[in-house]
Design a protein around this ligand. Structure first.
Ligand code: SF4
Length: 324
């Protein structure tokens, strides 16, 4: 077995067997650059040199009923986090227009909470219509949506439904005990069945093992999600994970490259924690690790980076922002 053989196998459209995945996991650190080069080549073969840019707005913040261990917005942890109900549609559309002026094409409306009530559904519907009217692709991350709600939002112009599985089924009970993993899986399935562009991924560096990471990737593959956001833990004061160290840049790069091998034809978007792990100095390295998109601007409760500097890095990496 060799890395080049596995690289060819993925390029030829085959999935890797378990022993082949183990081979990648066991690669020594001094072969990381070789792994990254293969992952980047798979990405170029599947997606060309375009890179997707998305931005989000924290449209409804805090007091969440769930207890996800990494999250500042959980009502269980007492972490400092902004708290407000769903913003008016016009505020959301204004933020979308600002992102659009910086070259962003997908705009995610993100709300804390598990389930969506009637008043919020009406607000989301209006906001989705307004963002779509700008010529942007509106995405929504509202918690778990019922099939009828998905249908109504799709009719209003919704393009993407975002609902992370966060981690593997095996590790999930150590991350959240207020709901079952199966509910999240059902929500993702409902989004796929509704014909939406489903964006579902995870957060890494929360104590999960490499086996958990592989398990999550293979599960997302089988669910048919089109886009996989990769978030890295940014330890937040007041959450149960406040004392954890962020992943090292090398471990994060290996993870992205592994996901490119396991999910060769899915968009891999690097979202939260990008600057926490890579800082300004090393953030360009991610662009050559198999990534096909990045989230720019601010995150949910954390300040993000400067979009202009991300665009410069993208140009230096020989990539171009997707325009539609
Ligand atoms: S990750 Fe989502 S569901 Fe979990 S506590 Fe945070 S807002 Fe709630």
């Amino acid at each position: 077995m060799s890395l080049q053989t596995l690289f060819r196998k993925v390029l030829d459209g085959y999935f890797l067997a378990d022993a082949e995945i183990r081979y990648i996991l066991a690669l020594p650190d001094d072969r990381l650059n070789e792994l990254l080069a293969c992952a980047h080549a798979i990405r170029v073969a599947r997606f060309g040199t375009k890179i997707g840019l998305c931005a989000i707005i924290n449209a409804k913040s805090g007091t969440c009923s769930e207890n996800c261990s990494f999250c500042a917005q959980s009502g269980h942890h007492g972490a400092e986090s902004p708290e407000y109900p769903l913003l008016p549609a016009q505020d959301i559309a204004q933020a979308a227009a600002k992102a659009q002026a910086k070259g962003v094409t997908r705009f995610g409306i993100v709300a804390s909470g598990k389930l969506v009530g009637g008043r919020d559904l009406a607000g989301f519907t209006e906001a989705v219509r307004d963002v779509a009217a700008l010529g942007m692709m509106p995405d929504l991350s509202p918690g778990i949506l019922e099939p009828a709600q998905l249908k109504a939002l799709k009719k209003a112009g919704l393009k993407g439904y975002h609902h992370n599985l966060e981690t593997s089924a095996s590790f999930f009970p150590q991350m959240c005990t207020t709901h079952d993993y199966a509910e999240d899986v059902a929500a993702v399935r409902a989004g796929v069945e509704a014909g939406l562009h489903v964006c579902s991924g995870g957060i890494f560096g929360i104590g999960e093992s490499w086996d958990d990471r592989v398990e999550l990737a293979l599960h997302l593959q089988s669910l048919g999600v089109q886009s996989v956001p990769i978030n890295f833990l940014h330890p937040i004061k007041g959450t149960p994970l406040e004392g954890r160290s962020p992943l090292s840049p090398e471990e994060a790069l290996k993870l992205v490259a592994l996901y490119r091998f396991l999910l060769p034809d899915r968009a891999l978007r690097i979202c939260g924690g990008r600057l926490t792990v890579f800082g300004q100095a090393r953030k360009a390295e991610l662009l050559k690790a198999g990534t096909s998109g990045i989230m720019v601007g601010d995150y949910l409760t954390i300040k993000g980076g400067d979009v202009a500097s991300d665009l410069e890095e993208i140009g230096r990496a020989g990539l171009q922002p997707e325009t539609a």
